[in-house]
Structure formats: structure tokens, C-alpha cells
Design a protein around this ligand. Structure first.
Ligand SMILES: C[S@@+](CC[C@H](N)C(=O)[O-])C[C@H]1O[C@@H](n2cnc3c(N)ncnc32)[C@H](O)[C@@H]1O
Length: 299
């Protein structure tokens, strides 16, 4: 199970940074497994409030604290300035709680508002994005974040429809998707294309790309970074970063003499990405796209 993999990888840490606190499930498991202290970050104030309440007994003991922020802004948080950790966790994407709250607009359930902002740091919501971005940008969103072969047609359809009436609810986006993908399109297509819009609204891939080196530099020697990704684009960013950091030389291939750092910064612990177990999938079908990777900094 990915949750027990996370606990196993991080349980020997003294101080853990949980960059995606969500409902606080992983933080709770780590604190119960004996981790001395956990700092939780989430850009969603609702998640932060719920997790803080759930973990109140650990806050009272000085073992848990929480900060509202995008994890990509770690280096500008005065409360965490200069602090290093022996374990760092990223459990990316959105929580079940966020999906279940219809008014947050992460869902394609009928009549949900097109919101999808994880926190106040996302400048525009999904409706604004669909109503204002140009056709090329929309095509790129559906192609790159939604792996949609008919991305250009879908973008054109959205631009055509919004000229008559602005996009306001999930029904508007579902209607455009149905018009392009046909009547046989269903929940899987809606989930994939809504996820593409959510990734764009929250600038998720660039946030991850910016954050990874900063998080690596917050690890103590021998510290472990664990990332669970739910989207192939996210997983690729993590895989490439871990590969680069684990290489002794990162000079361009044709350079005759090595002028780079000339040593690995650490080791990739997971040879291959770990998927959710069959048991886990029965309990939580949303974990089907989850991939866990872990990296350890040099001693
Ligand atoms: C999959 S959930 C985490 C669930 C959590 N591990 C648990 O056990 O309950 C992901 C959480 O990360 C938060 N999140 C996603 N991207 C973020 C970012 N760039 N900065 C801060 N929080 C982020 C989301 O708001 C969400 O609450």
C-alpha cells in the first residue's frame, strides 16, 4: 500500500516536511509511527484547517505545525527559513475531500461551478480560463495535460460556444467535450479533461518543477524525498529530476572534460515507480494512476 510505503520510507526521520498536508492522513501515520515532528504545508486553507483539527493533539505536544502556502514558495516562508528535514513528502494532486465538495468545482458532477482553484494563489478559476484563454493555449492544455488527440477541435468548440454564452458550470464543459468526442464519451474522458483544466488553473507542473530542487536542498545529508504523482507529466518531471541528481556527471554528452559537480547528489531508492497495490485499488479506485518514487541525499 502506498500509505505504508510512505510510512516505511520516512518513519526513521526525526523531522518531516509534508508539503501536501491534505486531510493529514500521511502526517498522522508518520507521527503515530514515531516521527518526532511534522510541518505540514497546503495551499488550500480548508484542507489546512481540517488537518490542523485532526492533528490537534500533536500540535499541543509541539510535534505538529501547519503553514498555508504553495510548496513552490518554500524559500519565501519566514517560518521555515533555514530549517532542514530528514524526510520530505509530496502526495500531489487533489484530495478526496476537495473532489467531494461540489462547490469547489473539481468535479464534473452536474451543475458544479467551474472553479478548481486549490488556493488563493491561483490567479484565475476554471471558468475564467475557459472564457479567456486563446484557442492555441486551450489546445495545448488539452493536448499536454489531458493527452487528448482531438485537443484542437475541443479548443475550437469551446471558443465557438463561449461566444454565445460564457462557461459557468461543469455542464458547459461536459457539453463541449460530448460535442467533440461524441455521445460515447463518458466519465473517464470527463475526468481526464477536467483534470487537464485543473492542472492549468493551479499551474501544477511548473510549481512541481520549480519546487523539486529547493526541496532537495532542504534535505539533511541522508534525508529522503518521497513523491506520489497521479499524472504522467508530473511523474516524468520527478523521474528526470531524480535521474539527474543521481548522476555523477551532468555535462553535455560531447564535452571532453567534466566541469560539472562530478559527483552524484544522492541515490534514487525506487528503481521503478511503485504503483498502488491491488488491495488499495479496491478501497480507493482514484489511486489507479498513482506512482511513488523516492530519492535519498548523499551522506
Ligand atoms: C492528494 S492530497 C494529499 C492528501 C494527504 N497526503 C493525506 O494523507 O490526506 C494533495 C493536497 O496537496 C495540496 N497541494 C497540491 N499542490 C500543492 C502545492 N503546489 N502547494 C501546496 N499544496 C498543494 C492540495 O491542496 C491537496 O490538499
Amino acid at each position: 500500500m502506498l500509505a505504508s510505503d510512505v510510512t516505511e520510507l520516512l518513519r526513521r526521520s526525526k523531522r518531516v516536511l509534508d508539503c501536501t498536508l491534505g486531510g493529514g492522513g500521511h502526517s498522522l501515520a508518520l507521527l503515530e509511527a514515531g516521527v518526532e515532528s511534522v510541518v505540514g504545508i497546503d495551499r488550500d486553507p480548508h484542507a489546512l484547517a481540517a488537518a490542523t483539527e485532526r492533528l490537534a493533539r500533536f500540535s499541543d505536544l509541539g510535534r505538529f505545525s501547519a503553514v498555508e502556502s504553495n510548496f513552490a514558495a518554500l524559500d519565501s516562508l519566514p517560518a521555515l527559513e533555514g530549517i532542514r528535514f530528514d524526510g520530505i513528502l509530496l502526495d500531489l494532486g487533489i484530495s478526496s475531500h476537495q473532489i467531494d465538495e461540489s462547490h469547489r468545482g473539481f468535479t464534473f458532477r452536474l451543475g458544479a461551478p467551474l472553479n478548481m482553484r486549490m488556493g488563493a494563489d491561483s490567479p484565475m478559476d476554471a471558468a475564467e480560463l475557459l472564457n479567456t484563454e486563446d484557442e492555441r493555449t486551450l489546445t495545448s492544455i488539452f493536448r499536454h495535460f489531458g493527452d487528448e488527440p482531438r485537443a484542437a477541435r475541443l479548443a475550437r468548440e469551446i471558443v465557438r460556444r463561449r461566444a454565445n454564452a460564457p462557461f459557468e458550470t461543469s455542464d458547459d464543459l461536459v457539453g463541449a467535450i460530448r460535442a467533440v468526442l461524441g455521445a460515447r464519451s463518458g466519465a473517464g474522458d470527463f475526468a481526464r479533461l477536467f483534470q487537464a483544466v485543473r492542472i492549468a488553473v493551479n499551474d501544477e507542473l511548473p510549481s512541481l518543477e520549480r519546487a523539486l530542487p529547493a526541496l532537495r536542498d532542504r534535505l539533511l545529508p541522508g534525508g529522503t524525498l518521497v513523491v506520489i504523482a497521479y499524472h504522467s507529466g508530473e511523474d516524468r518531471i520527478v523521474k528526470n529530476a531524480f535521474r539527474d541528481w543521481s548522476a555523477a556527471c551532468v555535462c553535455p554528452p560531447k564535452k571532453p572534460v567534466c566541469t560539472c559537480r562530478g559527483r552524484p547528489l544522492g541515490t534514487t531508492i525506487t528503481k521503478r515507480a511503485i504503483p498502488a497495490s491491488a488491495d488499495e485499488l479496491i478501497r480507493n479506485p482514484r489511486a489507479r494512476s498513482a506512482r511513488l518514487r523516492a530519492w535519498r541525499s548523499a551522506e
